[in-house]
Ligand binder design. Structure first.
Ligand code: ARG
Length: 458
């Protein structure tokens, strides 16, 4: 017999039970569901809507059910449709008729919205602690590579020398915004929908403030139609996770490039690489590739829920049951990616010589050669032209800017003096960039200190 079976004269088709049921995937909400029910029933007792003894009996029953689910001896039932009715059914079986009072003044519509909000707010904290672990590794590695010069790129063409610390800390900033975005989602998630009922609240004198207090919500949804039909908090989470994965994916792409024979900037630890079943020489960056690949999956979850919500009239519609698999899948995926990505970074070997070699080729110091002339009074456009010609000459004769003789320099501009060599050394190019945000050791030390403080509060 269904909990809602009263108005039906026959039972649902078996295929319908299967189709309609969400217990396969929403059973993971059991803790939130039970905590929400306990708070609801406590409030019902306090308000005299049910007696205090009844409230107590229901609470004890729920506690026992929590224990049995946690021990693995509770069997969920497809016929009972979802986690909410499964638990209610178990309660009635366990404590008898008094269990039938649990659902007074409540609907599954506000109940499921509550469970999802509680689940999302908890998972946000877990995700943030994983981001903090990655932050820690980035900061520690950066501190070690303040003088590890590498080429910086635009258009994937060598542009100007930077350091590995500077490059890593770019990702630190991205992840900082990710965790801030998650905090922001948390705030809007932490608003209580319970009390909205099916859509129009209830005639019982509910005390929603009390329930919010018991469940640590910062506020109460102020419109019951919105409370039961809002999934913005899931969408915001999916948006924040999509952006986070986009960052991990860009980072992965770079790691994949850096591991190639062409780059050889880094080597991943054997424990975080895989081989080929046919090519004996291979060591593949599968972890980075999979993180890049799973990014598409998280975007898919976000787009799926956006599409589900797009045309839904107010208030609750069963379509919204689809919020769960998308939200859970994205959370699970990011929770799998973050720790393995962090360990992959922690254990990688950095090839300082190759990075430096990379920075020495490709005229990454050409801007600094032009700036040298500017500092001696040549207008920047003219300086740009002169150095362009020097670079052209180097390409023709297979030389580097630092390899040209002073005569060759002077042939293009008499302003050049012997101090040009120092002005275009890689160390100068990096460390004379004394603008905050830039790669010089002094600036990086400042930024690392600021971010160390950020990590302390994270
Ligand atoms: N399993 C449902 C869901 O996840 C719970 C709410 C069902 N409400 C209803 N009126 N059928 O959305």
């Amino acid at each position: 017999m269904k909990l809602w079976g009263g108005r039906f004269s026959k039972s649902t088709d078996a295929m319908v039970d299967d189709f309609n049921s969400s217990i396969r995937f929403d059973q993971r909400l059991y803790r939130q569901d039970i905590a929400g029910s306990m708070a609801h029933v406590t409030m019902l007792g306090q308000q005299g809507i049910i007696s205090q003894e009844e409230a107590q009996a229901i609470r004890s029953g729920l506690e026992a059910i929590l224990g049995s689910i946690e021990n693995g001896d509770a069997a969920f039932d497809i016929d009972a449709e979802d986690i909410h009715m499964n638990i209610e059914k178990m309660l009635i079986q366990r404590i008898g008729d008094v269990g039938k009072k649990l659902h007074t003044g409540r609907s599954r519509n506000d109940q499921v919205a509550l469970d999802m909000r509680m689940y999302v707010r908890e998972e946000i904290r877990v995700l943030q602690s994983m981001v903090a672990d990655l932050h820690r590794v980035l900061l520690d590695q950066s501190a070690e590579h303040l003088d590890t010069i590498m080429p910086g790129y635009t258009h994937l063409q060598k542009a100007q020398p930077i350091t590995f610390a500077h490059h890593l800390m770019a990702y630190f900033e991205m992840l900082k915004r990710d965790t801030q975005r998650l905090s922001d989602v948390w705030k809007r998630t932490n608003v209580l929908p319970l009390g909205a009922g099916a859509l129009a609240t209830t005639t019982y004198p509910l005390d929603r403030e009390a329930v919010a207090g018991l469940l640590d919500f910062d506020g109460i949804c102020l419109n019951s139609l919105d409370a039961v039909s809002d999934r913005d908090f899931c969408l915001e989470l999916l948006g924040a996770l999509s952006i986070l994965m986009m960052h991990l994916s860009r980072f992965s792409e770079e790691i994949i490039l850096w591991c190639t024979n062409e780059f050889q900037f880094i080597e991943l630890d054997d424990a975080y690489s895989t081989g080929s079943s046919i090519m004996p020489q291979k060591k593949n960056p599968d972890i980075a590739e999979l993180v890049r690949g799973k990014t598409g999956r998280v975007y898919g979850d976000m787009v799926a829920l956006l599409a589900t919500m797009k045309s839904l009239p107010l208030a609750y519609n069963k379509d919204m049951q689809e919020d769960k698999e998308a939200t859970f899948d994205a959370i699970d995926t990011v929770k799998m990616c973050l720790p393995i990505f962090t360990d992959m970074l922690r254990t990688m070997k950095v090839n300082r010589n190759r990075m430096r070699q990379g920075a020495s080729g490709g005229f990454t110091n050409a801007t600094d050669a032009a700036d040298y002339l500017v500092k001696k009074g040549v207008p920047f456009r003219d300086a740009h032209e002169i150095v362009g010609k020097l670079v052209y000459r180097c390409i023709q004769t297979d030389q580097t800017l630092e390899g040209l003789s002073l005569e060759e320099y002077k042939a293009l501009s008499p302003v050049f003096g012997p101090d040009i060599y120092d002005a275009i050394s890689l160390e100068t190019c990096v460390n004379k960039r004394q603008v905050i945000g830039g790669p010089s050791r002094a600036m990086m030390e400042k930024v690392i200190a600021l971010n160390e403080a950020f990590l302390q509060q994270e």
